[in-house]
Design a protein around this ligand. Sequence first.
Ligand code: CDP
Ligand code: CDP
Length: 207
Amino acid sequence: MTEPFTVAIDGPAAAGKGTISKAVAERFGFAHLDTGLLYRAVGAKMLLGVEPIEAAQTLKAEDLQAPDLRSAEVAEAASKVAVIPEVRAALVDFQCAFARRAGGAVLDGRDIGTVICPEAEVKLFVTASPEVRAHRRYLELMAKGADTTEDAVLADVVARDARDRERATAPLRAAADAVFLDTSHMDIDSAVEAAARAIEAKRGERG
Ligand code: CDP
Ligand code: CDP
């Protein structure tokens, strides 16, 4: 396939967006962009004292390799810089071009189906209950040796979701034509299969 084919995967924190995106990108031979990493990289720079708009405007590929981008502290910083319209604007062109690259692309984030690529062929809105999402993120952070509690992770996730849903620019919400995927009671394989079926259905339509 040489023409663009975009899969937009949005949803709240730790819903399974990245895991599903990676698996379907591999299965269909699509490129994958975790757009949260862009905001995390800007958030990490802000924590180092760089002004967030400047950080977004000068972001480089190697900034996405910075250590600790997956920490809770950086996640919170990411959601704070993500409310700034100029930060979001500086990151739009790269994401749009990635979405429409030849050969297909999967992007996961908060505003892919609504703002970055409203023309995406497939839009998924991946959710799970806050408790399930916090538990998953807690296990990940513990595996990395973080010193935290499940209650603290739940509080962080809930606060971050609220900030993401309530911001004026590109808030977290499902596109009108998104397919909902509630993974609260799904293991990873079932969630990936459900996403793959939605993609297959669209690819079939296009012949
Ligand atoms: O990208 P997002 O923050 O939405 O979530 P993720 O990083 O893909 O998933 C968060 C954690 O939940 C990972 O450790 C996944 O392995 C796990 N997960 C799960 O246990 N069950 C699922 N159905 C999906 C993800
Ligand atoms: O992995 P998780 O779902 O916890 O977070 P992420 O996808 O890495 O995103 C971190 C933060 O970046 C989010 O809480 C949002 O504030 C912001 N973000 C955004 O505003 N728009 C996107 N397309 C992706 C992330």
